[in-house]
Design a protein around this ligand. Structure first.
Ligand code: SF4
Length: 205
C-alpha cells in the first residue's frame, strides 16, 4: 500500500471529535480540490506492507484507527488492511470522499463521507445507507444550500455536518462563525476543525 503518513493524535473534527486516534493516511486522491488541506497526500508516498503498517501502529497505546487520505479506497489492499485491523481489535473509522463504492464490511464502525462537487454535481458512488455522517466543506451559504438540497432526503439532519473550509487558523476564525450560523439556520450539525485552530497547518498533530 502507498502510505502518506501514520501518526497518533486526537480526532479534531466530526462526530468523534476529541477521541484519541491513530491516523493512517494513504497517498493519492481522485478529486483534486482547490481547497484541499492535505495536498501533500497527493504526492508519492511510502510503500508499506500490511504487516509493516500493523507494526508501526502497535507503537501507540490506542485502539482507534482512522483510515483516511487522500482517498483511502483507491488503495488495492485497503480491505485487507481494514480486516486485519478488525482482527486485532482496533475500532476502524473510515473517511472517504464517497466517489468510490464501498464494499460491505462489518469491520468499519463508522463511515464519514465528505462528498465533493465535480462538474456541478456531487461525485458520489458510495451506497448512502452505508454512510454514518455526511461532512461538507463549507465556504458560502450556497455550499450549504447545495448540500441540504441533495442530502436532506438521504440523511437525518444529525448526520449532516458543516465544516468550515480553511487551511489556516486565520482563515478558520474568519469563516467558522458564518458556518456556525448556517448550521443554526438549517438545523444541521457544525463541525469544528480543532487541529487547525490549535496548530494551523502543522502536520501529524
Ligand atoms: S477529496 Fe479530500 S483529500 Fe481529495 S483533494 Fe478533495 S479535500 Fe483533498
Amino acid at each position: 500500500m502507498e502510505i502518506c503518513e501514520i501518526f497518533y493524535s486526537v480526532q479534531g473534527e466530526g462526530a468523534f471529535i476529541g477521541r484519541p486516534m491513530i491516523f493512517i493516511r494513504t497517498t493519492g486522491c481522485n478529486i483534486f480540490c482547490s481547497f484541499c488541506d492535505s495536498r501533500y497526500s497527493w504526492e508519492k508516498g511510502k510503500k508499506m506492507s500490511i504487516e509493516s503498517i500493523m507494526k508501526e501502529i502497535k507503537k501507540f497505546k490506542c485502539k482507534n484507527v482512522c483510515v483516511t487520505g487522500g482517498e483511502a479506497l483507491l488503495q488495492k489492499d485497503i480491505y485487507k488492511l481494514i480486516e486485519t485491523l478488525g482482527e486485532k481489535d482496533y475500532a476502524v473509522f473510515l473517511e472517504t470522499n464517497g466517489s468510490i463504492k464501498l464494499k460491505e464490511t462489518d469491520t468499519i464502525i463508522n463511515v464519514v463521507c465528505s462528498p465533493k462537487i465535480v462538474n456541478g454535481k456531487f461525485k458520489v458512488k458510495i451506497r448512502e445507507d452505508m454512510v454514518d455522517c455526511w461532512k461538507f466543506v463549507i465556504k458560502t451559504e450556497d455550499d450549504v444550500k447545495k448540500a441540504i438540497e441533495v442530502y436532506e432526503d438521504v440523511a437525518d439532519k444529525e448526520q449532516i455536518w458543516l465544516m468550515p473550509q480553511a487551511t489556516s487558523r486565520e482563515e478558520y476564525l474568519e469563516i467558522a462563525p458564518k458556518v456556525w450560523e448556517w448550521a443554526k439556520k438549517y438545523g444541521v450539525m457544525f463541525s469544528p476543525r480543532e487541529h487547525i485552530v490549535l496548530f494551523g497547518q502543522k502536520r501529524m498533530v
